[in-house]
Structures are given as structure tokens and as C-alpha cells.
Ligand binder design. Sequence first.
Ligand code: ATP
Ligand code: MG
Length: 262
Amino acid sequence: MERKIGETLLGVEHISLSFGGVKALTDISFNIREKEVFAIIGPNGAGKTSMLNVINGFYHPQQGEIHFKGLHRKQMRPHEAAVQGIARTFQNVALFKGMSTLNNIMAGRNLKMKTNLFWQALYYGPARTEEMINREYVEDIIDFLEIQSIRRTPVGKLPYGLQKRVELGRALAMAPELLLLDEPMAGMNIEEKQDMCRFIIDINEQYGTTIVLIEHDMGVVMDLSERLIVLDYGRKIAEGTPDEIRGNQVVIDAYLGVAHTN
Ligand SMILES: Nc1ncnc2c1ncn2[C@@H]1O[C@H](COP(=O)(O)OP(=O)(O)OP(=O)(O)O)[C@@H](O)[C@H]1O
Ligand SMILES: [Mg+2]
């Protein structure tokens, strides 16, 4: 697979996060480069979701800093992350269940585009309304994700695998530079997983989006990711390429030998 990996897009520096007495993250540092697919793995409760929540401003760490596109910050709110170009999907699908596929994806689009009117006017000219432009963008995503047939269906009526796909669509509608995917294939059958893998690869290659992937399926992680880190009890215990991680005894002891129940 050919990718042009660039400069550091996101830097995580000495992040520590605790909830009362529970240390969710302890002194975590790593860098993610432009256009990379970067995986975070580790056993249940290792701190993977907490790490994503710190990156997009859901959780505020007690120590450490994040820098994104060269801007350092200690804290950020989720909507600011969205505006800056960070979008995510959730471990447990978080969609508006009563709303259609189309409207859920439009919701992601609206969140992003309020800030980008100037750019739109330059690019598309003043004759086209914001609504039309957003519609077109969303229709492209629906085509890309091959979900035309469910565009009017309330997402609560869709099977879980398709809901995950719609949620991916909503994140894409924000035209993110950095896409955070929290177990995008959990609960899917093999065919759905293969589709999701293909979409992740295509997003990375066609849109040039940098991707952070949390995933328990080691085959998927090894196939998709350029580099990865391994968390265990809130600590980073390893970092490297899939080949390097595969042979790492500490990782094998902490994680690969442990049966996962998802
Ligand atoms: N909002 C919260 N309040 C209290 N404790 C939390 C909170 N969020 C996470 N934790 C704790 O932080 C630790 C790490 O949890 P986290 O959800 O980040 O793990 P994870 O690696 O994503 O696990 P899983 O594979 O099960 O999704 C756990 O001990 C968890 O109970
Ligand atoms: Mg998690």
C-alpha cells in the first residue's frame, strides 16, 4: 500500500489522566504523522478510549499537552476540536436514532461548516447556497460509503454494522484532517469488517485523512496501520511497526495472550 507520510500532525506529550484514584493514563507520549494510519491497542481498560477523549477534548488531563497542527494546548473543548479538523466515531454508536441516515450525516456537516463560509464562497462562488453545497458534500459521502439505499431510513432501524457506517459518514462530513475511530469494527461480521477496512483504506488514500484506529482485531490492526502503540494499565508499553510489535515479548505477555471478549 503506497502512502506519503508527512510531518507530525498530532503530538501527545506526557499526558496523565486520572479519575479519583483510577489512573487511566500515565505519562503517555507519542506522535502521529500526516496521512498515517496509527493504531492504539491494548487490553480492556488499558486507556485507549480515554486517550481519544483527551485528543478531542472530552477529557482534560491533569498533566501533559497535546499539539495539533503545530498549536500547543493544554485543554480544548470538543467543538473546538471539530472546527480544527478532528472528528471521531464512538465505541458505542452515538447517532440520532430517530433521524434518517441523511440527516445524521448532515448534522456532522452543519457542525463543521458554520465556520467555513468564507472558504465556500471562494471555492463555489456566491450563487450556491450553503445548504446546497452541504447536500452535495453529504451525497458524495453517501455514495462513497455505498449507503444510498438507506439514506431515508431512521438509523435506529438499521443493523449495527450499518449504523457504524453511518457514524463514519457523519465524521467524514466534517472533512476531518484527523479521524479518530474507536473500535469501528466491533460487533461486525466478517463481511462488514472487510467493508469497513476497505473504507478506512480509501479514506486514508483518497482524502489523505490521518487516522487513529483503536481496534481489538489484530489482523485488522496489522493490515491497516503504519505504526502503533500498546497501552496496558494506562501506560505505553510499546511503540513500533506491526512487525516490531508482533515480536515484542512484553506485548505478547500483556495483550496478545489474553483472550478478548468483544
Ligand atoms: N469517565 C470516567 N470516569 C471514571 N473512570 C473512567 C472514565 N473513563 C474511563 N475510566 C477508567 O479509565 C480506565 C481506562 O478506560 P478506557 O475506557 O479508556 O479503556 P479502553 O482501553 O478503551 O478499554 P476497552 O477496550 O474496554 O474499551 C478504566 O479503568 C476505566 O474504568
Ligand atoms: Mg474503549
